[in-house]
Design a protein around this ligand. Structure first.
Ligand SMILES: CC(C)(COP(=O)(O)OP(=O)(O)OC[C@H]1O[C@@H](n2cnc3c(N)ncnc32)[C@H](O)[C@@H]1OP(=O)(O)O)[C@@H](O)C(=O)NCCC(=O)NCCS
Length: 163
């Protein structure tokens, strides 16, 4: 996977590496309020290093990582044909509204396309207006699937009997 430079935003998009971990953890902590080094280490192991159909990209500006995007191609989950999924997208609050997320999103979409899929999916919290506005600006719209969830608090934690 080539390193991509975008002149308009002066951003370079490249594969994430092990030594990017600390900055990725810090960017995520700034937004989520929780430091999750183990989670991001595992995420880098699974999606980093240009693995087939897996993408962990960072955006670099003046040698500082200002954002990252994570995604992969998944096939037949929830009955959907092979498609690209974006799991995480974050841009440094000091660098926002400068086109950084757009460059990363366009790059991952191009990789999805080169890998042969023709749809990109994501899932967002409906109260996250900023992220919603971003994805809408890229042309994404509500799909035909909806997430369902249920509280498990009433389920016993006793071990189920294995027959
Ligand atoms: C959403 C996010 C990635 C956008 O990054 P960005 O680099 O600022 O986005 P861009 O500059 O490429 O914006 C492209 C378009 O998105 C829309 N947009 C982005 N931020 C917006 C905002 N705060 N309000 C309204 N529209 C917005 C605009 O249409 C914008 O185009 P414009 O600048 O011509 O108006 C960034 O705000 C972010 O990291 N937010 C927090 C992410 C988060 O909550 N992550 C956890 C869940 S994955």
């Amino acid at each position: 996977m080539a390193i991509e430079y975008n002149e308009d935003s002066a951003v370079t998009v490249r594969n994430a590496r092990e030594d990017d971990l600390a900055r990725i953890v810090e960017l995520d902590r700034q937004i989520s309020g929780i430091s999750k080094p183990d989670y991001w280490r595992e995420s880098l192991r699974r999606f980093g290093n240009a693995r087939k159909a897996r993408y962990f990209l960072v955006a670099e500006k003046d040698t500082l990582i200002v954002g990252f995007i994570v995604g992969e191609i998944r096939a037949w989950e929830f009955g959907t044909p092979p498609g690209g999924w974006v799991f995480s997208l974050t841009v440094d609050p000091d660098t926002r509204l400068g086109g950084v997320a757009t460059v990363m999103f366009e790059t991952i979409c191009r990789y999805f396309r080169q890998a042969g899929v023709d749809k990109v999916h994501t899932m967002i919290d409906r109260s996250n207006i900023t992220v919603m506005s971003f994805f809408r600006s890229q042309g994404m719209m509500a799909g035909s699937t909806i997430p369902l969830e249920m509280d498990l608090a009433d389920f016993t934690t006793e071990q189920a009997e294995v027959l």
